[in-house]
Structures are given as C-alpha cells and as structure tokens.
Design a protein. Structure first.
Length: 202
C-alpha cells in the first residue's frame, strides 16, 4: 500500500473516531422557571440550613442540600418551559407592581417529603394556613375565590420519601419583600429580576 493510500485510511479512521466521540448523549436542556417568592433573612436561612443538614444526615439522603441563596418560600409560578418569553416577564412585572399587602409572617415547623417517584424534595412547612401568606398568594394570582395557602421552603433533594418530623424550634420570620426570580432548572442558576416592598396597610 502506498503512503498516500495509508494516509487516506488513517484519515478515515480518525474522522470516524471523531464523529463517534461527538455522538454521545448530550446534557438535557435547561428548563426556565419564572416565579414569585419570599426570601429568608440571614438568621432564618442559617437556621433552615442547620435543620436541612441534620435531617439530610439522619435520613441518609442521596441528593444535595440547597445553597443559602436558593432558599425561598414559593408564592406563585408564572412560567415554566424552554426559554423565557418577554410577555411572561412583562405580565409578571405588571402583577408584582400591583401588590398591596402588608408584611407576611411565616412560621415553618414541620419537615415533609414532596414530589413523586425518585424525585422527593424535602421541605419545611406547617399544617396551619397563614392568613397573610394566603392574602398574598390570592392577590398575586388575581383569585376571586377564598384561599387557604400553606407556605413551604424546599431544603434539599432526595430520591425517596422520609417521615414527617415536627421541628423543635420553628423557623419564623416576617417577610417584608416580594421578589420575582428567573431560575434555570438543571444549571443551578437563579436571578432576581425585581423586588417589591410589602407595605403595612394605611
């Protein structure tokens, strides 16, 4: 075989190998989520993370504990999908600017497992409805009907259900600000797009 023929064979093998290397499974595309939330202050976040780390170890959980900047009490999801359209952001900004509720008292005293299958997030919550939180959720969602909403704060991800546990020292705080967050599920990134103060009734 001439050197030109040998070089052609080598190039073909190299080309096939290159194509093979690129043909493996690609990471799943990120999912964009837009939602309103209440953020914990530093003492509440510190307390919640201490509870999370202790429970994570006690349950021999197979997942990860959220970073302090990921902790939040969800109020209302406005969008979820591939990409974040401008109209969804504009609509959420308009709705947030209309909010007129006083600061919201949050008290979380139980650990529960949510989700289904092998996706079982562990959250701090309560069995009691929170009137101030309910009023906020109702106004954000422009709901006309009465609503009894129960707040929760996800602490970590797990692959199985863990028992409900009452927390000896509840995580309590008064939320004085509503935020709009754009998160990219699958990347761990989240960005605050806007903030609105919760003002006492005049």
């Amino acid at each position: 075989m001439s050197w030109r023929a040998l070089r052609a064979v080598e190039d073909a093998v190299s080309s096939n190998q290159f194509a093979f290397d690129l043909g493996g499974p690609q990471p799943a595309p990120a999912t964009d989520i837009l939602y309103f939330a209440l953020l914990p202050d530093e003492p509440a976040a510190t307390q919640a993370l201490a509870i999370a780390e202790r429970d994570f170890a006690d349950q021999a959980a197979d997942g990860f504990v959220y970073r302090p900047d990921r902790l939040h009490v969800s109020v209302d999801k406005r969008w979820q999908g591939r990409g974040l359209p401008d109209f969804a952001v504009a609509d959420a900004l308009r709705q947030g600017a209309r909010i007129g509720v006083p600061p919201v008292e949050i008290r979380l005293d139980r650990l529960v497992s949510n989700g289904n299958g092998r996706d079982r997030p562990r959250a701090l919550t309560t069995r009691d409805t929170a009137p101030g939180f309910s009023a906020l959720v109702r106004q954000i969602g422009a709901l006309k009907r009465p609503l009894a909403a129960i707040p929760h704060m996800t602490l970590y991800r797990n692959d199985r259900v863990a028992p409900e546990i009452r927390v000896s020292e509840p995580v309590s705080r008064v939320a004085r600000e509503l935020v709009l967050i754009h998160a990219r599920k699958g990347t761990g990134s989240a960005k605050i797009l806007a903030r609105w103060p919760l003002l006492p009734a005049r």
